[in-house]
Design a protein around this ligand. Structure first.
Ligand SMILES: Nc1nc2c(c(=O)[nH]1)N[C@H]1C(S)=C(S)[C@@H](COP(=O)(O)OP(=O)(O)OC[C@H]3O[C@@H](n4cnc5c(=O)[nH]c(N)nc54)[C@H](O)[C@@H]3O)O[C@H]1N2
Ligand SMILES: Nc1nc2c(c(=O)[nH]1)N[C@H]1C(S)=C(S)[C@@H](COP(=O)(O)OP(=O)(O)OC[C@H]3O[C@@H](n4cnc5c(=O)[nH]c(N)nc54)[C@H](O)[C@@H]3O)O[C@H]1N2
Ligand code: SF4
Ligand SMILES: [Mo]
Length: 695
């Protein structure tokens, strides 16, 4: 018997990007554990990934290529050989490409965050083909854009400082579920006396464990931040020296904040005036005392119409009180721009045919876009769709339109997957992909500062192949002869980070593979002495770039499309706001098919406040229908004041095929986009809820 420990990386879309130790005995992975020496992983994994072998060796893993034999969406397939599959795909892509390659669309997101399996060979392939580009907006572009206007780049407080903070504001995030290793450090800070405050419409697992919970209405965070600015200025809880040296536009900001006395802000946010005054004073006074006050923002704040502006407003706060002076102060939304990734080498945009027209499709409106006919404005109708690392039929908004698009008989759809997801059901050709234990990859992270290496622990299951290999083989069949199409995964991984960049100068792929991880060389407190990456080099309270892009250059409020205050007519019909944030035991729609994890989540639930439930004669355990003009889905009611009055919460993202009505929360979400960044508005939804009468 031979047993070894392989160094690997969690590939999932989670800020923590854990370092893994995979125990392999006689070629079989028997256990996946957190690397005890990796500082942020600290030997701990979440429940999902500690069950990784259950997912890898799942009886439903796709093990060989298949072609559709039933109707689209029916999920009936027949086994074929790799040659047959690849020949069929390349033949069809050639036919479409001769007419217009822009009619081909790749659709992918963060099923794996790996730079090799996610961002390299596939991009090279579609660039060479001259296909449409995909704007990958589904998660974070609204907030990312708002943050960049203000601070300049997605750079912020290092998670490894968290335990040194005296005040931690967790704003629009539920780290117990979605960033466990940040939460572990926040707990350490709490034990050392730090105060924890959660800002969230829902009493999430995290909000429940904080000292204070401010349950504002969804989509009103921008106003809470404006109300805080008002109080900070009025009470002079400011760091005048920091403002003078390192910020731009304070006088204009001051005027703007005047418009938002806490009384007015409180009305919009649906909270008390005292809560706003108290929050601002707690924040400002903590900074005045010279303490480290940290705001951990998360993406929950930016899935609404004004989501970009909300992040921008919040991102102004640390500069007002000088919180960036401390390594454990400031704010973190994402650290992705800390990494000197070499995207040009990985993706080779230069392969795109010279002089050919380009087109970009926003992944958040895939439903509408699949339904578009050819036109001058839109360009050619989408005729071929290649999906990998994503499950759009479950996760994209306004699902009924998405499903209608995928059901088009004239659309040629290829899906690369581990499992027969809701999306795979619509494939013409379904290809088996390897999991993280079966391929190699290089990783950056968005919640810590380590470059990471994933070694293959086991052989591919069945006939599964890495995404890279699938696109390599397709490139051969398409006749693409650039040498980059013959690079091995190791050769690609070795190009992941820019070696001449001071942050990664110590990067060497072979040694990274042995060590598993290496920290970037970056400053401990990124903006302690200014150095913002905006055009002015300052934290921009006033942003000329925003004005140039047609936005208000100052912090402001952009109300939700759908809320009682902003759309009272609609609210008459659909009076309840609905959000559908991540369930603890799923990762987006990944893991929903892992029995032990699904058992823990039970059936799809809807949390509803006792007053709202009573008005509708709903009791816990009742089957309820959640609906609006876009559609409906069914869930089991949980009557609880965790959901504030006027709000319902359906933890997500369920596979439709595991729901009694074959539907999920995205039936009622809309394809309208955020104020900036072209993001989706998953949490900007009004619905009505009623009990389903059982015969
Ligand atoms: N277990 C688990 N972990 C995950 C994921 C998962 O699906 N499951 N998903 C991963 C991905 S892709 C991402 S992007 C991140 C997600 O990270 P986040 O978007 O930060 O998601 P959550 O941590 O669930 O926190 C969202 C919280 O925001 C709250 N919220 C909703 N609307 C508003 C609002 O308008 N204002 C405020 N202040 N709060 C609001 C919700 O109630 C919820 O508690 O997590 C990653 N980690
Ligand atoms: N209602 C609602 N909808 C949401 C959200 C919400 O909060 N509420 N959150 C949104 C957010 S933040 C996000 S990020 C998106 C996430 O949406 P997606 O990025 O689509 O994430 P998943 O649903 O996890 O699907 C990823 C798929 O990739 C597959 N996969 C993993 N690794 C590989 C690989 O190496 N090769 C191949 N070929 N496939 C692989 C997995 O099996 C899985 O089926 O969903 C969004 N949708
Ligand atoms: S999902 Fe997040 S917490 Fe869980 S193992 Fe992966 S990186 Fe770590
Ligand atoms: Mo996400």
């Amino acid at each position: 018997m031979s047993t070894s420990i392989i160094r690997a990386v969690c590939p999932h879309d989670c800020p923590d990007t854990c370092a893994l130790h995979v125990t392999v005995t006689d070629g079989v992975a028997t256990e996946v554990r957190g690397d005890p020496d990796h500082p942020t992983t600290a030997g701990v994994l979440c429940t999902k990934v500690s069950r990784y072998t259950e997912r890898t060796y799942h009886k439903d893993r796709l093990l060989y290529p298949q072609k559709r034999v039933g109707k689209k969406g029916e999920g009936k397939f027949e086994r074929i050989s790799w040659d047959e599959a690849l020949d069929a795909i390349s033949a069809r892509l050639k036919i479409v490409a001769v007419k217009n390659p822009l009619a081909i669309l790749p659709y992918s997101y963060a099923g794996t965050m790996g730079l090799v399996q996610g961002d390299s060979m596939s991009h090279r392939f579609f660039h060479q083909l001259g296909a449409s580009f995909l704007d990958r907006t589904i998660c974070a572009t609204a907030g990312g854009t708002g943050y960049k206007y203000t601070v300049g780049a997605r750079i912020g407080t290092d998670i490894e400082q968290t335990q040194n903070a005296q005040l931690i504001i967790i704003w629009g995030g539920n780290p117990i579920a979605s960033s466990l290793h940040f939460w572990m450090r926040a707990q350490e800070a709490k034990r050392k006396g730090a105060k924890l405050i959660a800002i969230d419409p829902y009493r999430s697992l995290t909000a429940e464990k904080c000292h204070q919970h401010i349950a504002l209405l969804p989509g009103t965070d921008a106003v809470l931040a404006l109300g805080m600015m008002h109080v900070l200025i009025q009470d002079d809880l400011l760091d005048h020296d920091y403002i003078a040296q390192y910020t731009l536009g304070f006088d204009q900001l001051k005027q703007r904040a005047q418009e938002w006395p806490p009384e007015r802000a409180a009305q919009v946010c649906g909270i008390s005036t005292e809560e706003i005054i108290d929050l601002a004073r707690t924040y400002g006074e903590s900074a005045k005392r010279g303490e480290a006050s940290m705001i951990r923002m998360n993406y929950g704040v930016q899935r609404v119409h004004g989501g970009g502006m909300a992040v921008r407003n919040i991102a102004c706060l640390p500069a007002l009180v000088g919180a960036w002076r401390h390594a454990a102060g400031g704010t973190q939304l994402s650290l992705s721009d800390s990494f000197p990734k070499n995207m040009a080498a990985l993706q080779r945009p230069d392969l795109f045919p010279l002089g050919q027209q380009q087109r970009t499709i926003n992944m958040s409106t895939i439903g509408d876009d699949l339904m578009q006919e050819s036109s001058d404005k839109f360009g050619p109708r989408i005729e071929a769709l290649i999906v990998y690392n994503s499950n759009p039929v479950a996760i994209a908004p306004e699902s009924s339109v998405v499903a209608q698009g995928f059901a088009r008989e004239d659309l040629f759809t290829v899906v690369l997957e581990h499992f027969q997801t809701d999306t795979a059901d619509y494939a013409d050709i379904l290809l088996p992909a390897t999991t993280q234990l079966e391929h190699i990859d290089a990783h950056s992270a968005y919640g810590h500062l380590y470059m990471m290496a994933n070694n293959a622990a086991i052989a591919p299951q069945g006939e599964a192949k890495p995404n890279t290999e699938i696109f390599r083989l397709l490139a051969q069949r398409m006749g693409f002869d650039d040498p980059c199409f013959s690079e091995s995964d190791d050769q690609i991984a070795a190009q992941a980070f820019k070696k001449d960049d001071t942050r990664a100068i110590h990067f060497d792929w072979n040694s990274l593979k042995k060590a598993g991880w290496a920290k970037l060389r970056v400053a401990e407190a990124p903006f302690a002495h200014g150095g913002f990456l905006t055009p002015s080099g300052k934290c921009e309270f006033y942003s000329q770039s925003m004005l140039d892009d047609g936005l208000d250059p100052l912090p402001t409020y952009i109300p939700p499309y759908e809320s009682r205050l902003s759309n009272p007519e609609l609210a008459k019909k659909y009076p309840l706001a609905m959000i559908s944030p991540p369930a603890r035991n799923f990762l987006n729609s990944s893991f929903v098919n892992v029995q032990s994890l699904r058992d823990t989540e039970g059936e799809p639930h809807l949390d509803i406040h006792p007053v709202d439930a009573a008005q509708r004669q709903i009791a816990s355990g009742d089957r309820v229908k959640i609906h609006n003009d876009r559609g409906s889905f069914v869930a089991l009611a949980r009557v609880t004041d965790k959901a504030r009055q006027g709000l319902v919460v359906g933890l997500s993202i369920w596979w439709k095929k595991f729901a009694s009505d074959y539907k999920n929360a995205n039936e009622v979400t809309s394809q309208r986009l955020t104020d900036m960044g072209g993001g989706p508005t998953f949490y900007d939804v009004l619905v009505q809820v009623e009990k389903v009468q059982t015969p």
